[in-house]
Design a protein around this ligand. Sequence first.
Ligand code: OXD
Ligand code: MN
Length: 651
Amino acid sequence: MNSLILPNFSPKCKSYVSIAKDVSWRGLHTKRKGFQKHNGYVKIVFVTTKGEMNRMTTHQGILDFVSEATALLQPTHVHWCDGSEKEAETLIDLLIQEGKAIRLNPTLRPNSFLFRSDPSDVARVENRTFIASKTKRDAGPTNNWMDPKELKATMTSLYRGSMKGRTLYVIPFAMGPLRSPFVKYGIQLTDSPYVVLNMRYMTRMGFEVIQAIQPHMSFVPCLHSSGYPLEVGQMDPSWPCAPIDQKYITHFPEERLIWSYGSGYGGNALLGKKCFSLRIASVLARDEGWLAEHMLIIKITNPEGKVKYFTGAFPSACGKTNLAMLISTLPGWKVETLGDDIAWLRIGKDGRLYAMNPEFGFFGVAPGTSEKTTPIAMPTSSKDTIFTNVALTDGGDVWWEGLTKPAPSHLVDWKGQDWKNSPTPAAHPNSRFTVKISQCPALASEWESPEGVPISGILFGGRRSDTIPLVMESHSWQHGVFFGSIMASEITAAQITNDYGKVRRDPFAMLPFIGYHAGDYFAHWLSMERHTEAALLPKIFMVNWFQKDENNQYIWPGFGENIRVIKWIFERCDGQVSARDEAIGYLPYQKDLDTSHLSLTNHQITRLLDVNPIIWRKEVDSIETYYQMFEEELPNELLQELSDLKARLLK
Ligand code: OXD
Ligand code: MN
């Protein structure tokens, strides 16, 4: 028996009945059985003439997963998502009726919606994220670990009955293009229609996907409950979620299983993203000989029409989206995007490393995004966009800090309160926009290439006021892995912590995303060299757009001007320019860094490309201390790199 909870009787009720019929599976015949009053809503009960599940898939694993979860979660209704436009419209209408979403002014922002989360549920919760590997050792020092049996027992009791009064949505989704040999499948069960709508933009999702999962194929079961069952008569808040100490974002790496409870926000709830495509995928990648990375992918075309592809890993708040959507200030140089967050990398038949973006959308941070900083993001989010926790203008459009100066004189802030020229941000610092990547005007045509694109260079970055020069290249693959392992960034105000200004080590920008022991992860990176010829692997670079002068001012102009650094990297990969061999890596000769038409003094350029041995000796001490956390699991190769660096600095 299927049922759909609909808003109270209204003159429109008839149309809801027809919508309710339409949301059933294509070609599936339903008969109305009757109405039931439920919690101020009318529940229209349908009986299906054929077993619904069997019409959708014969995959026994999927059928068992759904039926076992249904028995545990006890939803009022089960809905298998087809990913259609009609289904999305039905869900959004329902959410608007329930006061959980706001339709933005269709003239200004067609088919776009604003959601406001509960103020306690605004970001990924790293301290509630667990890697429940069989042993604590396998989770390593960078993850929270819990015994899987204990965790499952705790979560099973939380899950029991947690979807009462709600609909369980079955979301079949794919990470990667369906025709790619590297595509991976997931089935997410959720009680959040907001999650369904976001997953529809962030992943390939719905009918085609479930059809593609053949009976012999594996999938990652992803269970998600907001943790807010509705008893009869209970009010449904506009953003159901559980208190912080009941939130659990958990991964069972040996079983390739994801369980998430209590949060409806971002990476906690859109399980295809960080949970699957990084934490679980990093385990799959280790076992299968590839890399699952927190990286953007870009295509660069030089004035001669030569093309190269690059990936880049940057911690939060280091301009990753900006780089993914960069508009070049150098004539003839073009940047196109293939992804802004995740890359899966494999060695191809020709021995080169290929990257594929498993995602289908952007889940971008709104504050700071503007015509000036990220011009491409503006048309990208001009329609068909889901906004979360941004401010609402009087004209029914969205606003966030940095979008325009000055701010509009009146707004409704992300908490739904009137806002007038207040120092408190109107948009939450982690407010987001969700859009399909295909809406990006700077999208490279080969973004869905089944094999991915061959990578010439890997960029590691961070936000450092000093120490790291504007750009440097590693001496070798092993030295590049050392670069990745020591990546660090200064904590910014956007990160809501008390450690403002302190340096946080974030190896490979994967600190919260490595699904196993980080020491083994470094070893896995090192091992890639054994699977191909060293010369075929990408060159590895470290970049830093954020050096400051004595007056605490950024020296490098950044944004679109970063193309000048990319140009040097491109030319290094092409063997067109030589470099200074310094203790820390290869650095540009000043003449090879194109600074034409920039108002940089010679002194500033020298400073940007400087290696200060005193600062670097301190850095070496800091790396030594940081490396201790990996104990004897730290690969010897990295210790060797560190001691070689130390020796070179003393010369
Ligand atoms: C993200 C993140 O949301 O890295 O992409 O936190
Ligand atoms: Mn990210």
